[in-house]
Each structure stands twice: as C-alpha cells, then as structure tokens.
Design a protein around this ligand. Sequence first.
Ligand SMILES: Nc1nc2c(ncn2[C@@H]2O[C@H](COP(=O)(O)OP(=O)(O)OP(=O)(O)O)[C@@H](O)[C@H]2O)c(=O)[nH]1
Length: 385
Amino acid sequence: MTSAYLLALTLVAFLSVAAHLVLDSVINEQLNSANVLHVAGQQSMYPQRITYSAMEYVEGGDPEARERLEDAIKSFRRNHTFLMTGGFNSDTFFELSTSVRDVYYGTSQDFDRRTRQFIAAAEKVASTKDPEALLYLRTEARKNMLNLAETVARDIAMEANARIERLRAIQKCVVVILLLTLALEGVFIFRPLVRRIVLYATRLYEHATRDPLTGLLNRRAFFDFATRVQSASRRYNHAFSVIMLDIDHFKKINDTFGHDKGDDALRLLARILNENLRESDIVARMGGEEFVIALPNSDGRGATIVAESLRKRIEETAEKDVPRFTISVGVTEKIAVQDTVERMLKRADDALYQAKRGGRNRVQMYEAAPVPPPTPVPSEPPAVT
Ligand SMILES: Nc1nc2c(ncn2[C@@H]2O[C@H](COP(=O)(O)OP(=O)(O)OP(=O)(O)O)[C@@H](O)[C@H]2O)c(=O)[nH]1
C-alpha cells in the first residue's frame, strides 16, 4: 500500500510538472511570437523608410538624411538576420515555417535574395548617391518588398497562432489526465488507504481499551466510562451503583482442569454478563478472575437484584466442556453527592470480601462497619455522708 501511495504521489507530481512545463512553453511561445511578429511588422515598413531617406539624401544631400538612411539599413539588416537565424539569442529561437521559408527562398519570390540586393543598393546610394541604385530601390520597394514583408508577417502570425493553439490543446490534455489520475487514485488508492488507517485506528483503540481474552472493557477504560457516568449522576442527582464479582475458587478450577479451561470459564462469564445486562451498563474485567459492573440509574436495591440474578444464572449454567463455577458479588451504591468511582470500587471490594468470608456464591451489599457505642463515663460515687 505504501509503494502504491508513493507511486500515486509520483504520478501526480510528474503530471503537475508536465502541466507546468507545457504552460511555460505556451507563455514562452506567446512572448517569442509577439517578438517575431513585431520584427516582421517592422520589416514591411523599412523598405519604404529606406527609399524615402535615400531620395531625401540624393536630392538634398542632407547629412542627416544619410544618417537616417544608414540607421534604417542597419535595422533592416539586423531584423532580416533575426528572422533568418531564429532570433538574436537562443531564448527567442523561432524556426521559419515551410510557407515563410518558401517566401524567403522559393524561386518565385526569393525574398532573402531580394532583401540582400535591396540592402546592397541602399548602401550604394548611401555611399555614392548612385541614381540607378536609387531607381532600383524605388521600384523594388513599391513592387515586391512591401508585399513580401506583409506576406511574411501574416504567415508568421498564422504559424504562431497555430503553434499556441496546439500547445494549449496539449496543456488541456495534461490537465484532464492529471484530474483523471487524481480521481482514480482517490478511488483506488487514497480511499482504501483511509479505510485502512481508520481500521488500524479502531484496532488500536480496541487494544487500548479492551481485555483481549474476554473482549470486555479493561480497567482503564472502565474508569473512563464509569467516571463519566458518575459525573452525570452527580449533576442530575441520579442513582448509581457498582458491582464487583469474582469467580469462587478459580485457582482450583485452573489446577483441576488446566489454564485453558480456566480461560473458557472467564469467557463464559463475560458472555453471561454481556447477555444479562442492560446496554447502558458498563462491564469490565479488572484483572484475573475479577469483574466489575457500573449501573447508571440503579440504586443499591436494584443493583442487588441484578447481582443476585447474575449469581443465580451463573450457578445454573452448565456449558459443555466448560467447568462449572460460582461467583461471589459485592454491591455498593452512591452514598454521597461527592462519591467517587474509586471509593465505590473500594466499598464494592470490601463487600465482595465479606461475601467470600460469608461462604462464597452469594451477594453482599456493602455495610459500613457498625460504629461502636460510646464508652460510658464512670459516674462519680455518691458522696458518703
Ligand atoms: N485461566 C486463567 N487464570 C487466571 C487468569 N488470571 C488469573 N488467573 C488465576 O486466577 C487465580 C486466582 O486465584 P485466587 O486469587 O487465589 O482466587 P480464587 O482461587 O478464586 O479464590 P477465591 O477468590 O477466594 O474464591 C490464580 O490462580 C490465577 O493464576 C487468566 O487470565 N486465565
């Protein structure tokens, strides 16, 4: 189960990382596309700008016009290199698609060669004011460069959108797979795991509160439950009694029939107690062959009737293969508002001791030792006259 749990966590972690990476790619792709589109858009503008600057420079000889021309040539060449090489650095790498590549290198359009020729003519104008080169620029800018640059920008935009859509679809798939995996793991791994944990916790609780031989509450659990009942009885001023009982001559049973038969007798006693007491009564094995019962809402008289009926039922029980036995019982009731479970157990134990001393197989209600009568004070002898 632990390895399944680890596998499940690993799978979820793997899918989460995959979803993150795809999302990262979408964002990168968007940034990259935005950058490339920006550059591609600029490229459709530069041939015009170069041509105007070249005309200004040739016609007016203005050195500032030449500077503008040179700047425009530089930017145009830089952008061209950017688009042809996939960017200035590896982070913004953008591979030309087949259709864009066709525009650049295809025999019909050959945008790459045209661009290089355009740049060469512009440089010639900048350095020599060559009129033929200027004419070439004017014709080419109007006829081919603008159209081709716009075609490239449009194709790149379409390619970028298609790529982003593809990545988004992959991202959606990964998220769906992640959710499905979580749902399946919830059903097949986490739910059984939680069930098992609950089962272990229940078993642990049973171990901590139950006597393994009889299945009855153990001493500690009895104190917990009985103390709660006692507190309630004090608050609502209800009656509350405690019975303590012990198998008579149990040592002899063990010695005569063996320890296993002694255990059978203890189990039988536990069963009889469970079967003949109310659901609200608290029955526990205190240790050895000693058992205790807390009876909420029962006074001493009621508890004595219960004890007597248990004693009689046990005396009469004859189970195959289980030695017959009798019990002695001590009974006490709450005698003061502040009475505690410990004090009541002590009194029940005293009453049990009296039952044993009284001959066993009997029920004894706790009786406080009689207060000795006050010793008479010797009276003064009458004065002799
Ligand atoms: N089979 C079995 N015997 C147990 C268990 N716990 C305690 N005993 C035995 O119970 C016996 C208790 O003996 P005693 O305390 O002398 O009491 P008794 O023989 O019942 O005598 P009285 O109580 O005076 O009637 C001892 O022999 C213990 O070994 C148990 O879980 N199983």
